[in-house]
Write a protein that binds this ligand. Structure first.
Ligand code: FE2
Length: 410
């Protein structure tokens, strides 16, 4: 369980928000042996404002067609543990929710129980997908007041929920598409999850795969809408822009997208926002928008301290990852320099590497975990780097194109 922590006073900024044209140090001068990035509560984003202190991601709730089977998938394939349950047995008649946990990550899987539930409409329109990105706050009433007075549309006025384990205060606002943020204040609560949920004990408890916390969650928005949502996170939530990528950064000859990364002051909450860009073929973001019927969460990046072990375990359990052509590894060390890991092992698992001026990162993307080409996961291990794998966008796409050329399909 997460232990509520009172935020420490903001220190003077010790981290300059990088721009998108940074000079990368020569890889050959880089030292290795870098530590995993650990985001504390001190302010590291100079441009962020302080009116909405966030302690971390509290939970992510997906609306799904069959929560029981989804829960089984996330336990079996992803190593999540049973945590809490709400449904008919707890007096909830219109929905059933299973709560799963792995280290600091809490997933809530909710399915409708009645034909006229708005959850049905969400699933009809979007398929399974993320409805709620819940943020852990010291004061949910203040979070709602500060954001709504800056223009956020209210989803849920502050409400106190209690049971024999104490009380929780929650409030909520709308963000892109039909996605919402719920602010959770839980320092007076000792139960397994939230009031109304009971502990879920199961005889089936597959081993965790080493997932630690949510590193970032990416939103896809429609044509020309990226700056509107970047402005929302800056103005309404006090976030600062961490980095931006234009269509020349994230494109090949065929497909393109644009992205800006917004971060809260302490760096614990990072929301890249993508929009499609023109290319000879359809942007992957446009494809998402078509199948999701609007803006929504594209991927959830989850951090591990050992990507080789985590990816190995996930593959053994049937999770499918994007194919990385062996040719990617022919030139990767020219780009990123010396790394701690054995390149042959990275190649065997298809793990990607990128470097910025603070260190490097290892990452890998799953295929969509749904039938619609919408939501997927990223596994990420940061070794000093605070960036998002920009070098891999082109390198990966170009490697794929080289493979296509070899096959005569380009
Ligand atoms: Fe990502």
């Amino acid at each position: 369980m997460l232990t509520p922590i009172i935020p420490t006073p903001a220190k003077s900024p010790n981290f300059e928000a990088p721009n998108d044209r940074r000079t990368i140090l020569s890889p050959t001068t880089m030292a290795t042996g870098l530590k995993d990035v650990d985001y504390g509560l001190e302010k590291i984003m100079a441009d962020a404002q302080d009116f909405l202190p966030l302690l971390g991601t509290d939970y992510v709730e997906l609306y799904v067609g069959n929560a029981k089977q989804s829960a089984h998938y996330y336990k079996s394939a992803w190593g999540f543990q049973s945590l809490a349950y709400a449904g008919l047995e707890t007096g909830v008649k219109d929905r059933t929710s299973y709560v799963l946990v792995q280290d600091k990550i809490r997933l809530v899987l909710t399915t409708p129980m009645t034909p006229d539930s708005p959850i049905n409409e969400h699933i009809r329109k979007h398929g399974d997908g993320v409805k709620v990105i819940a943020l852990w706050v010291p004061d949910a009433k203040k979070a709602w007041e500060e954001t709504t007075k800056r223009g956020a549309k209210s989803f849920m006025e502050p409400v106190r929920e209690e049971d024999e384990n104490g009380y929780v205060i929650r409030s909520g606002i709308h963000t892109y598409g039909e996605t919402v943020h719920i602010f959770v204040e839980r320092n007076a609560y000792k139960g397994p999850f939230l009031p109304g949920y009971r502990a879920w004990k199961s005889h089936y408890n597959p081993e965790p795969v080493g997932l630690k916390f949510i590193d970032h969650m990416v939103g896809n928005v429609g044509w020309g809408e990226m700056n509107q949502w970047v402005d929302f996170y800056a103005r309404v939530m006090g976030f600062a822009q961490l980095v931006s990528f234009d269509d020349k950064d994230i494109s090949t000859e065929y497909t393109a997208l644009m992205s800006k990364v917004m971060s809260n002051g302490n760096g614990r909450i990072k929301f890249p926002i993508n929009e499609p860009a023109e290319g000879k073929k359809k942007s992957q973001i446009e494809e998402y928008i078509e199948f999701y019927n609007g803006a929504g969460v594209q991927h959830i990046a989850v951090a591990t301290n050992n990507i080789i072990e985590t990816v190995g375990a996930l593959k053994d359990r049937g999770v499918e990852f994007l194919y990385v052509p062996p040719s990617y590894y022919d030139t990767v060390l020219d780009r990123v320099g010396e790394i701690d890991e054995d390149l042959a092992v990275l190649k065997q698992h298809g793990v990607l590497v990128d470097r910025d001026d603070e260190g490097y990162l290892l990452q890998l993307f799953t295929k969509p975990v749904l039938d619609r080409p919408t939501m997927f996961f990223e596994i990420i291990q940061r070794k000093g780097a605070k960036s998002f794998g920009k070098g891999n966008f082109k390198a990966l796409f170009e490697a794929i194109e080289r493979e296509q050329e070899n096959r005569g399909t380009l």
